[in-house]
Write a protein that binds this ligand. Structure first.
Ligand SMILES: NC(=O)c1ccc[n+]([C@@H]2O[C@H](COP(=O)([O-])OP(=O)(O)OC[C@H]3O[C@@H](n4cnc5c(N)ncnc54)[C@H](O)[C@@H]3O)[C@@H](O)[C@H]2O)c1
Length: 358
């Protein structure tokens, strides 16, 4: 089997998970982490020492100098597009972090460029890879719920995320863009790719703005889908420092014949209190589990790895002569566009106070 040669663009807070994934895929002969790029040189050097790759501060230079098969894009949300376009131009396959872009036109431009170049475009919507969500999908596909009529999702981060992790670009994002988009994609996945037809939303500002980070604390929205279902999403990223986890999330869907509920906060994960932790904290071990292999090497498992690894496996199929049609289901550029369409409409509704038709 081919072994995809990969470059990672953006090695900040979340980029480390991409580096972890390709490093361990290298142990198993699935992919090779060749290069990485970041405009922040100290961060790049810190990561290079831990993960061993050829470092670059320019994407173009990395694409010109290295024989890459694929890149992954883990830069701030508004900066995915130009890197994806450069990757398509260079003929490499691309995995972009969510959201694909913060504009619908931008998503379409990226899709068109990748189609023209004949390269794969995937979006890292990893909620689809969570084993509990896959179990939900199996039940829905088996008809256990009948026709889905309504649902409720919540995803909330602790305030540390926008306040301390990326206060510089949090004002260009929101809890709807950063968190809500995950559950929009998940509901589309669970409802066989249903698309949004109407959106109503309301945004609340206060806490973060008072700390100098000018963004909404919370955005609540309702989406009507073309399968007839209406789903409400509560998103926020100002949960107090004392909250028992970085993320609080869950979903429930109700149909004519049944209901499904998955509370990701309460599924037998470990709790821990250490250091200056304000109390017992729960950890989402379905997302990331740290282990050590027989050689004593650090390995990560969980859906946070599976979605990135799926990209490498897909690239290998293509390198071995397969086509994109051979890859089966994966979060595609089109899925990225449909999710962005909904969140862009959410913000239009927040700004205008009106219902937005899609
Ligand atoms: N899938 C998930 O659950 C998940 C979780 C967190 C973040 N994300 C996404 O990952 C992306 C990055 O988020 P983060 O929290 O790591 O942000 P971050 O700010 O910690 O890291 C972004 C990195 O990109 C670098 N960068 C900026 N412009 C660049 C450029 N032109 N070329 C190369 N590097 C550049 C920055 O220097 C920084 O190191 C965002 O799109 C975010 O929404 C996804």
């Amino acid at each position: 089997m081919a072994q995809a040669r990969v470059g990672v663009v953006g090695v900040g807070t979340f980029g480390i998970n991409h580096l972890r994934c390709f490093r361990q895929l290298g142990y198993w002969g699935v992919a090779k982490l060749v290069a990485a790029c970041d405009v922040n040189e100290p961060v790049l050097e810190e990561r290079r020492q831990e993960f061993e790759f050829n470092p670059y501060t320019s994407v173009e230079e990395m694409l010109n100098n290295e024989q890459l098969d694929a890149i992954t894009v883990v830069t701030p949300d508004p900066l995915h597009k130009d890197i994806v376009l450069a990757g398509a131009e260079a003929g490499v396959h691309i995995l972009s972090e969510k959201p694909l872009d913060v504009t619908v036109d931008g998503c379409q431009e990226m899709i068109d460029a990748c189609e023209r170049a004949g390269v794969l475009l995937m979006v890292d919507f990893h909620k689809r890879y969570d084993e509990y969500h896959i179990a939900m999908k199996q039940k829905i596909d088996a008809g256990d719920l009948g026709k889905i009529q309504y649902g409720f999702c919540h995803m909330e981060d602790k305030i540390v995320v926008p306040r301390d992790w990326f206060p510089n670009w949090a004002p260009n994002s929101s809890s709807a863009w950063f968190l809500g988009i995950h559950f929009v994609d998940l509901t589309r996945f669970l409802m066989s790719g249903a698309n949004g037809t109407e959106v109503w939303a309301s945004g609340m500002k206060g806490k973060l703005a008072s700390l100098g980070v000018d963004t909404y604390d919370a955005v609540t929205f309702m989406v009507k889908f073309d399968n007839g279902a209406s789903v409400v999403y509560n998103t926020a990223w100002h949960l107090p420092d004392g909250f028992e986890a970085v993320v609080n999330q869950g979903i429930r869907l109700v149909g004519t014949d049944g209901l499904l509920e998955c509370d990701s906060q309460d599924r037998g994960t470990i709790t821990c209190c250490a250091g200056d932790s304000p109390g017992m904290q729960s950890h989402n071990k379905s997302f990331l589990r740290e282990k050590y292999d027989k050689q004593g090497r650090q390995i990560f498992e969980g859906y946070g790895m599976d979605s990135i690894a799926d990209f490498a496996y897909n690239v290998n199929v293509l390198l071995d002569g397969g086509t994109i049609a051979d890859l089966g289901d994966f979060p595609s550029g089109e899925d990225g566009l449909q999710a962005t369409k909904i969140i862009a409409a959410v913000h239009e509704s927040v700004d205008t106070g009106k219902l937005v038709q899609l």
